[in-house]
Design a protein around this ligand. Structure first.
Ligand code: FES
Ligand SMILES: [Fe+2]
Length: 408
């Protein structure tokens, strides 16, 4: 498709036509070219499937998938759609199984997705049944490529495409390993439906300059300010991003002293909400990693999480949050992570605004005709910057978008 007409020609990626967020035909093409194209989509964590037979269901855009650990210990992914009449096969979310049985007419599949048996395949008393020429081998479930990094599981629906490591880029891959490569523990999980196009949320996660403006909890207590050291790193291929803050994040009493200096008498009744410890040697106290198209990895102080974004049509999407700790954590550290998790999620003190701001946009642009966004903060380039007052990360999203929607 030709994206010039949508403002995405050239190398600047500094504007986008509002139809990109509202047009059902664009959404359909995104499914073909991005989610079922060569992109790598995050679908879950290895720790969710520790033993043979463990499975969970997930989504790659609109494509339903089963992720399963086989008897040989390998992780496999296949489409959760019966080859008989298309029913959802696994409908209970997660569990452990020796095989999958479609609820509709009981076609049986093994953990590799092979069709192994068909109920009444031989008919009854010599009557009915499948023809002798029916070849079960031709009716297995569609398999997807699987790759992992630091316990995160990605799938790619295209038969050909880049390796995951190359797709991420070394800086992003390093940061994922640095943050999560320690043996993970799931502390909690929840989902959130947002009434906006999926791309508005992905842009939000790469827009480092809204944080101190939109999120009043941060500014009220001066917890994270744009004048702190930090920046926006863009991975080698210009698609994936890491927004980070360094230095002393005032998640402590000092912050409240500052808040009082600002002539506000607002003070947390219980400052243990933001009790924390310096976890990473690189001094990065907050980082949001955004991998095209649909993964966000979060470190906000000691709150670690991955978020999987699932589009649900042009104007709706679902965000699946998984809060994480590590096997090395002391009970006190686990307690701090859990308490800090009040900062994030649909009702999180610093992230609840992100759940509605996309809809503030969506409801206003429904009637837009020919108008385009402006993404020029920090110049027009798609390069790393030692500043968070930039939209370089958002431009990187659109660079990846065009590379998939309109391959060279
Ligand atoms: S739809 Fe699955 S067995 Fe018929
Ligand atoms: Fe935000």
């Amino acid at each position: 498709m030709n994206l010039d007409a949508y403002g995405l020609g050239g190398d600047a990626f500094n504007q986008a036509d509002y139809r990109l967020y509202t047009d059902p035909e664009i959404a359909r093409q995104e499914q073909d070219r991005i989610f079922e194209g060569p992109a790598w989509c995050f679908v879950g964590l290895e720790v969710e499937l520790p033993k043979a037979g463990d499975y969970k269901t997930s989504w790659v855009g609109a494509l339903p998938v089963i992720l399963v650990r086989g008897q040989d210990g390998e992780l496999r992914a296949m489409v959760n759609r019966c080859t008989h009449k298309g029913s959802t096969i696994v409908f209970d979310g997660e569990g452990c199984a020796e095989r999958f049985v479609c609820p509709y007419h009981n076609w049986y599949y093994d953990l590799e997705g092979n069709l192994t048996a068909v109920a009444f395949g031989n008919g009854i008393k010599g009557q009915g049944g499948m023809p002798a020429a029916f070849d079960k081998r031709a009716h297995g479930l569609r398999r997807l490529r699987v790759a992992t990094i630091a316990g995160l599981v990605f799938v790619s629906a295209a038969e050909q495409g880049p390796e995951l490591e190359d797709y991420l880029g070394t800086r992003i891959a390093h940061h994922i390993r640095r943050t999560l490569g320690r043996g993970l523990v799931v502390l909690g999980q929840y989902t959130q439906v947002m009434h906006n196009n999926w791309k508005l949320y992905m842009e939000n996660t790469r827009d480092s300059y809204h944080a101190s403006l939109l999120h009043v909890f941060f500014t009220t207590f001066r917890l994270n300010r744009l004048d702190m050291a930090g920046g926006m790193a863009v991975g080698e291929n210009g698609w994936n991003t890491l927004s980070y803050t360094q230095g002393t994040q005032k998640f402590n009493d000092e912050a409240y002293a500052d808040a009082r200096a600002l002539n506000t008498d607002i003070k947390l009744q219980d400052p243990s909400l933001v009790a924390n410890w310096p976890e990473f040697e690189d001094g990065i106290v907050s980082s949001i990693t955004s991998v095209f198209p649909s993964l966000i990895m979060q470190q906000i102080s000691n709150s670690l999480a991955v978020r999987q974004l699932v589009p649900k049509g042009p104007d709706k999407c679902e965000l699946v949050w998984t809060l994480l700790g590590t096997v090395e954590d002391t009970p006190a550290q686990t307690g701090m992570r859990v308490k800090q998790s009040n900062l994030v999620g649909p009702a999180g003190l610093v992230s609840m605004e992100d759940g509605i701001i996309g809809n503030f946009v969506q409801r206003s642009i429904a009637s837009a005709r020919g108008e385009r966004t402006v993404m020029r903060m920090g110049g027009d380039g798609v390069v790393s910057q030692e500043s968070r007052v930039t939209e370089a990360g958002v431009r990187a999203f659109w660079k990846a978008y065009r590379a998939h929607m309109e391959p060279a």
